[in-house]
Design a protein around this ligand. Sequence first.
Ligand SMILES: [Fe+2]
Length: 172
Amino acid sequence: MKSVVLEEAEAILWSLRGVWDEDAVDDLDHALQSAHLAQADGADDELILAAALHDLGHSPLLTPRPDHDRVARLWLTPRFGERVGWLAGAHVAAKRHLALTESGYLDALSDRSVDTLSAQGGQARVGSQWTSNPWWPDALRLRRFDDAAKIPGAAAMTVAEVLDVAGRVVAA
Ligand SMILES: [Fe+2]
């Protein structure tokens, strides 16, 4: 029998079907592609899970809020631990940081991601509470999975595979 936490994660994932934050893929395909890219990059289970659930703040099961990165952190931390919550909660800060520090980064973002950047505070020095965290390099990795996971029909994990990862994180 699945634990309550895994049932909640499954419900959140499926609720992202038909949520169109991007133009090219819905938020469920985006989540499952992000998880696949993390796995293909050799990420550990916590980073794969954070990649899969980083945009859960867009779920219609949750109260809509503009700061969907914070929603992810607050939802994930009590269920899957500090690191999963922090990594997912850092995905907007990582975008702002890369937009400021990496030439060509902005040019490669989707139109939608460029649009939301200004609402998120624009490209900016994000502060040492982010960049001095030992998990920051993994937050930047997550951001790159996020940015690349917007291609219709691209390789993706299944919901069941993500839940297997989630189960291992809970059990660890
Ligand atoms: Fe995303």
